[in-house]
Design a protein around this ligand. Structure first.
Ligand SMILES: *[C@@H]1O[C@H](CO)[C@@H](O)[C@H](O)[C@H]1NC(C)=O
Length: 241
């Protein structure tokens, strides 16, 4: 074997070692009574029946979002459609989902070797989510209120509840021009009062982007964590009337 071949095998091994050292694991688990098609961008997608989970490995420096899709139909080649969170009609997501969808967002290994993570309702809400570091003393964040059941009529969408920016497209709700007139208006209040930890409106300074030391931490994202409404909206209505 030539010196060069040996050298390239060595560098492949070295880069594999580098990758495994700097990868963070995300376990995405479905605790809902219904099937959820998990999505990650980057990361892809996976069908999760009740109690199933999907583990993805993410490289240092990755900035990404994880969400759940509901009422999907995919053919054998992974093409189809979802009622919420659809990403271009494919099982294996390459891009973001169509709102409404509850988002678990993160940025790994940012300045000072810190991971940032939060739950965002800026794309609305479809499924209750808990986002938890699994080791280290870092905080768990969750949004598990009955937002679909209590959604204001103007924001209602099939299978979810839209953020007002998605519906009205105005500066008042979107604040695309930097610091604008966005504040704790009545729609923002609707989301904020139910999920105080989550990003509810564009300038939600009271929302905490949580931090955790990079490298030693793995994360778990759970759809329908304990205490969240487990039934689809239609079932809750038929039970309460
Ligand atoms: C998800 O379900 C499992 C099994 O029932 C349970 O042990 C776990 O605590 C649940 N996770 C959350 C976040 O509720």
């Amino acid at each position: 074997m030539s010196y060069l071949t040996n050298f390239s095998i060595f560098s492949v091994l070295l880069s594999l070692l580098f990758i495994s050292t700097y990868a963070t694991t995300f376990e995405i688990r479905n605790n809902c009574t219904y099937t959820v098609w998990a999505a990650a961008s980057p990361g892809g997608g996976r069908r999760l029946d009740r109690g199933q989970s999907w583990t993805i490995s993410v490289l240092a420096g990755t900035v990404a979002r994880i969400w759940g899709r509901t009422n999907c139909n995919f053919d054998g080649s992974g093409r189809g459609h979802c009622q919420t969170g659809d990403c271009g009609g494919v099982l294996d997501c390459k891009g973001w989902g169509v709102p409404p969808n509850t988002l678990a967002e993160y940025a790994l290994n940012q300045f000072g070797n810190i991971d940032f993570y939060d739950i965002s309702l800026l794309d609305g809400f479809n499924i209750p989510i808990e986002f938890a570091p699994t080791n280290g003393g870092c905080r768990t964040t969750r949004c598990a209120a009955d937002i679909n059941g209590q959604c204001p009529n103007e924001l209602r969408a099939p299978g979810g509840c839209n953020n007002p920016c998605t519906v009205f497209r105005t500066e008042e709700y979107c604040c695309t021009q930097g610091y604008g007139p966005c504040g704790l208006n009545r729609y923002a209040q609707f989301f904020k009062s139910r999920c105080p930890d989550s990003y509810s409106y564009p300038q939600d300074d009271t929302a905490s982007t949580l931090t955790c030391r990079s490298g030693t931490t793995e994360y778990r994202v759970v759809f329908c964590p304990l205490g969240s409404p487990h039934f689809p909206q239609e079932m809750i209505k038929s039970i309460t009337v």
